[in-house]
Design a protein around this ligand. Structure first.
Ligand code: ADP
Length: 247
């Protein structure tokens, strides 16, 4: 574990990694990275490195979980044993089970589940390196894996957290800020539908601080959405080029 820093915000108002309060960490996304998945995406969000793979729509196993009128969306969030400084047990922890549910619920409103009755879609998320905000980065990547799998969606889902460190409301907390800071507010949105699909709060904020954090997180989500769109476009340009070469 890293030692507790004295100050999370310096005299110039900059954070431990030199960011301004309303600045995102650098984000890189690649879509279609796994050839054995129906859809996939890889995200680097600051030091977080996360892979998401989507499979389906396909027959459900076990079959008794099948629903007659809609597709069942399942999600497994998993942290690799080497993803944090101290080895993490590969067995699913309570936290991973909770995050799997939270991530599924953030994605589900975007999927036309009624189009594919009696089928299932599985999303597997592997956190290869964690540095705070993995649930949000996982949602961002998983939404792209679903789109890459060709699953009809109302919108993409982009996610980002805001929170409070010292006396300042800041965007996109990294691990130390998350642990030492006083509050964390993860948010996911469907940017075109202008709808929130995830809103959590860990810590204590005044009502004004909460409003500021949510506004900041939504602005962050919109910036992440622009990166998502570019990554999807790049994927389809690559597919188009491959097809042209084959013809
Ligand atoms: P999120 O990753 O969505 O912010 P949490 O707030 O639960 O979710 O976790 C914050 C951070 O704590 C994670 O991103 C990760 O860097 C770190 N963390 C989570 N689980 C462990 C663990 N078992 N060991 C060490 N660090 C962990």
């Amino acid at each position: 574990m890293s030692e507790k820093p004295e100050k999370l915000i310096d005299k110039k108002g900059l954070r431990l990694d030199g960011r301004k309060p309303d600045e995102l960490r650098p984000i890189k996304i690649e879509v279609g990275v796994l050839s054995n998945a129906d859809g996939s995406a890889y995200i680097e969000h600051g030091k977080n490195k996360i892979l998401a793979a989507a499979f389906g729509p396909r027959e459900m196993h076990p079959k008794h979980l099948t629903l007659p009128d809609r597709m069942v969306l399942r999600c497994r969030y998993h942290m690799a044993p080497f993803s944090v400084q101290e080895r993490k047990s590969p067995a699913p922890s309570r936290r991973e089970i909770e995050l799997s549910k939270v991530i599924r619920e953030a994605l589900e409103p975007a999927v036309f589940v009624e189009y594919y009755p009696r089928t299932g879609v599985d999303i597997f998320i592997e956190v290869l390196q964690a540095d705070g905000g993995t649930r949000c980065a996982s949602i961002t990547a998983a939404a792209l894996a679903l789109a890459d799998a060709g699953i009809p969606m109302r919108d993409l889902v982009a996610a980002c957290a805001a929170g409070k460190v010292g006396d300042t409301v800041v965007l996109d907390l990294m691990d130390t800020e998350d642990k030492v800071g006083s509050a964390d507010v993860p948010v996911a949105i469907m940017p075109n539908l202008n709808a929130v699909t995830l809103l959590q709060m860990d810590g204590i904020l005044t009502f004004e601080e909460f409003e500021r954090a949510v506004d900041l997180a939504i602005e962050g989500c919109k910036k992440i959405y622009a990166v998502q769109k570019e990554a999807l476009k790049a994927r389809y340009m690559a597919v188009k080029q491959e097809e042209e070469v084959e013809e």
